[in-house]
Write a protein that binds this ligand. Structure first.
Ligand SMILES: Nc1nc(O)c(N)c(N[C@@H]2O[C@H](COP(=O)(O)O)[C@@H](O)[C@H]2O)n1
Ligand code: ZN
Length: 360
């Protein structure tokens, strides 16, 4: 039943920020009598949809939900009260809500009403599904994912800068899917100049991430796909007073332009946090990727590795200079996983939070 909750919750991937992904199932006499998921911030919570479907049959039933029912008045009223009012006998919870406004209060409210509560069911899967929400709550920043594609000899382009395509169709399809789950995708000016990317999820009805360009100089081509196609919203972040005429042109083309000082990954993440973002995908070149890592703006790394060798002594690599001089300084990835994607290999891992923030 908890797996079913996670399946329902995933239907809203990429659409709930700043809220978590939540699914709920109500079971009575071995049969599902109500289901729901949280579709979007401002909309009812998953539990409410499940309770609505179950109606009066919810009395004496069991609710399964991957996140503790809320116990506060936010954009919506507390689910704990709705669960108590509906007369449920038992609630099975995947994980406690790290939101300080909830943080065990929902469970305590249910128990005080005589409802049996079981917690920690499929806890690891529940934590992983909402890793961005948890990170946002704990660190007051969106969850950063660095994704890159490289050859087996560690190059993201040839000596001359040519990079299309390193990986095959299956890996590229997986990246489109990944973009659909993230709230923003960030590149630097160099990527716009060299690759002219579209940065959408390629899905007809979206969701698409907000496409963010960090550019100190605004030396960007007027004809870039990002502003010549209305495929998804675009935000250009630069420093105060840079090229006001080009800024005006971008705004005229429907691009949002924001000035930040200093223009650093840390500052950009704080800005995106304030806008309510949960997850940010770094699809940038090596220089910006290194800055993002050093600023603690990357929590997870997704490396697509193509089984080919391109060579080249000046061919770029995915992460630029981190200022390390000895191998023991290298950042070890944790919770490593790998799997084939078509003819390529995807390696996933997490940067240790303490080690990275000590670089700041
Ligand atoms: N248990 C649970 N189910 C859902 O469907 C949810 N969206 C949440 N979210 C929790 O409540 C906060 C948002 O409240 P409002 O949507 O503003 O009322 C969110 O931060 C989570 O703590 N929980
Ligand atoms: Zn709720």
């Amino acid at each position: 039943m908890m797996q079913r909750c996670l399946e329902l919750a995933r239907r809203a991937l990429g659409r709930t920020a700043p809220n978590p992904l939540v699914g709920a199932v109500i079971v009575k006499d071995g049969a599902i009598i109500g289901e729901g998921f949280h579709p979007q911030a401002g909309q009812p919570h998953a539990e409410v949809f499940a309770l609505r479907e179950a109606g009066d049959r919810a009395r004496g039933a069991t609710l399964y939900v991957n996140l503790e029912p809320c116990n506060h008045h936010g954009r919506t009223p507390p689910c704990s009260e709705a669960v108590v009012a509906a007369g449920l006998a038992k609630v099975v919870v995947g994980m406690v809500d790290p939101n300080p406004k909830v943080a065990g209060g929902g469970i305590a409210r249910l128990q005080a009403a005589g409802i049996e509560v079981v917690t920690g069911v499929e806890a690891a899967a529940c934590q992983e599904l909402n890793e961005a929400f948890v990170h946002r709550i704990l660190y007051h920043r969106p969850f950063g994912i660095l994704k890159y594609a490289m050859t087996l000899d560690g190059k993201i382009a040839t000596n001359s800068g040519h990079s299309a395509w390193i990986t095959g169709q299956a890996a590229r399809a997986e990246v489109f899917q990944l973009r659909a789950t993230c709230d923003a995708v960030i590149v630097g000016g160099n990527t716009v100049r060299l690759d002219n990317p579209l940065l959408t999820s390629r899905q007809v009805d979206g969701p698409h991430p907000l496409r963010v360009v960090m550019s100190r100089t605004l030396n960007l081509p007027e004809e870039a796909h990002l502003w010549q196609t209305a495929a998804a919203p675009t935000l250009v972040i630069t420093e105060p007073g840079v090229k006001p005429e080009f800024q005006a042109l971008l705004r005229h083309l429907g691009v949002e332009v924001v000035e930040l000082s200093p223009l650093t990954p840390a500052q950009v993440m704080t800005y995106l946090y304030d806008r309510g973002f949960l997850s940010v995908l770094w699809e940038c070149g090596g220089t910006l990727a290194a800055q993002a890592i050093a600023d603690g703006a990357v929590q997870k790394v997704l490396a697509f590795i193509a089984p080919k060798i391109v060579g080249g002594s000046t061919a770029p690599s995915p992460v630029g200079d981190l200022g390390f001089l000895t191998m023991p300084q290298a950042l070890p990835l944790e919770k490593l996983r790998w799997r084939p994607v078509g003819a390529d290999l995807l390696v996933e891992g997490y940067l240790p939070q303490t080690q990275v923030s000590s670089l700041e």
